[in-house]
Write a protein that binds this ligand. Structure first.
Ligand code: FAD
Ligand code: UDP
Length: 373
């Protein structure tokens, strides 16, 4: 049989396109993934103790895009969930993004009032200010606060997570978690915040439940190129790997996840506690807070950041900086010359996409291009 599309990667990018191509165009696709499961980095599973965990770190769905939320709602019911995060600073835990409540927890009532009034004299309530922007202030007292937040929340976390200081990366990275002039402790303010009621993997199974979709796991696509017949490729793996690292490899950060199950109902007060300054790990996630699962034990995951080394670990985070952007641009030039190969996703586009952006970009690729070829 001849497949219309060979799709490399069974994550959001690959599965959304497989779903669209089969349900809208009636074509046949083969999805290949070298891992032993579908759902890419959003994969979740029940561990030995029967607790639902995310294998690749906490995945919290949030979006402003109604279209993306409506699309995924075809394949899952949702459990409403608003993410909140605490960061350990010295002997205290404060909300992150750092906000007016964080100020109250960390500073004396008098100093907190002064700093809050200062912020409110310069910014409207609900304003978000990237830390690198706040550091540029010429106001001495505001600079004191900016330095404090930079030192306590960002510097140590970045050195662990990325191996460099915040200012050595594209500003959008630390800008993901801006200082928030607000009393809203939620990590995101998007109108849609929820997790799939029966888990991400189940949602993916529903998405690709079509007789014209075949899935081949534990397989590198290169190993089947000569045995499978197909017309076109959709590639969602690392773009530098596709081109045999012609222009050198694009660097990534990786993570080592360490899971522990505790014989108690809960380990910490909420899903995620960050450790910007202490320990080698960046954060501890407790999954039962996300899923709402009832169980007498609880599983947590520590995240230890590390360099990505080809063949040793997985490429999780593209590293956004000018040098890498320029290298990626050379790969894009090659990609644009392809007639029958389409590149999409966090790895192929070398972009720090959230899940909703990944889905949005895949839907757009389908609508603007694939549905027309
Ligand atoms: P992937 O999920 O990486 O899928 C690509 C697939 O291609 C992989 O399964 C890989 O095995 C396969 N592949 C690669 N090369 C080959 C090959 N040669 N042959 C066969 N298969 C191959 N987003 C959010 O919105 N909220 C969050 O809370 C959130 N948390 C995250 C936490 C972590 C630790 C990480 C790493 C990411 C997080 N994300 C989050 C981002 C989210 O995981 C991505 O946006 C999304 O998974 C990207 O989907 P994708 O299909 O592009 O890539
Ligand atoms: N960040 C930080 N301290 C924190 C939380 C975040 O310095 O306590 C910075 C850091 O650069 C991190 C980025 O903000 O990589 C984005 O954080 P996010 O929680 O979005 O990261 P992800 O969930 O994608 O790993």
């Amino acid at each position: 049989m001849i497949y219309d599309y060979l799709i490399v990667g069974a994550g959001y990018s690959g599965c959304v396109l497989a779903e669209r191509i089969t349900s809208q165009l009636g074509k046949k696709v083969l999805i290949v993934d070298k891992r032993n499961h579908i759902a890419g980095n959003a994969y979740d599973e029940y561990n030995e103790e029967g607790i639902l965990v995310h294998r690749y770190g906490p995945h919290l769905f949030h979006t402003k895009m109604k279209k993306v939320f409506d699309y995924l709602s075809n394949f899952t019911k949702w459990r409403e969930y608003s993410h909140k995060v605490l960061a350990v600073i010295e002997d205290k835990k404060v909300p992150v993004p750092f906000n007016l409540n964080s100020i109250d927890i960390f500073f004396s009532p008098k100093q907190a009032e002064k700093l809050t009034n200062l912020l409110l004299s310069k910014y409207k309530l609900e304003t978000k200010i990237p830390i690198l922007k706040l550091l540029e202030t010429s106001d001495k007292e505001l600079k004191f606060l900016a330095d404090f937040i930079y030192e306590k929340i960002f510097l140590g976390y970045n050195l662990k997570q990325w191996g460099v200081k915040p200012e050595d990366l594209d500003r959008t990275v630390s800008g993901r978690v801006p200082v928030f002039v607000s009393r809203d402790d939620r990590y995101f303010q998007d109108p849609y915040q929820a997790v799939p009621l029966f888990g991400y993997t189940k949602m993916f199974k529903n998405m690709i439940n079509n007789k014209n979709i075949n899935v081949l796991l534990n397989t590198d696509y290169k190993d089947i190129l000569n045995t499978i017949k197909f017309d076109k490729i959709i590639y969602t793996g690392p773009i530098d790997e596709y081109y045999d690292y012609t222009f050198g490899n694009l660097p990534y950060r990786s993570l080592n996840f360490q899971y522990e199950t505790k014989e108690k109902e809960f380990f910490q007060e909420l899903t995620q506690v960050n450790y910007p300054n202490d320990n080698d790990f960046t954060r501890i996630t407790e999954f039962k807070h996300i899923t709402g699962q009832k169980h007498h034990n609880t599983t947590i995951a520590y995240e230890f950041p590390e360099e990505f080394i080809i063949g040793k670990n997985d490429p999780y985070y593209p590293i956004p900086n000018e040098e890498n952007h320029n290298k990626f641009a050379k790969y894009i030039e090659l990609a644009e010359k392809e007639k029958n190969v389409f590149f999409t996703g966090r790895l192929a586009n070398y972009k720090y996409y959230n899940m909703d952006e990944t889905v949005g970009v895949a839907l757009q690729l389908f609508e603007k291009t694939i549905s027309k070829v």
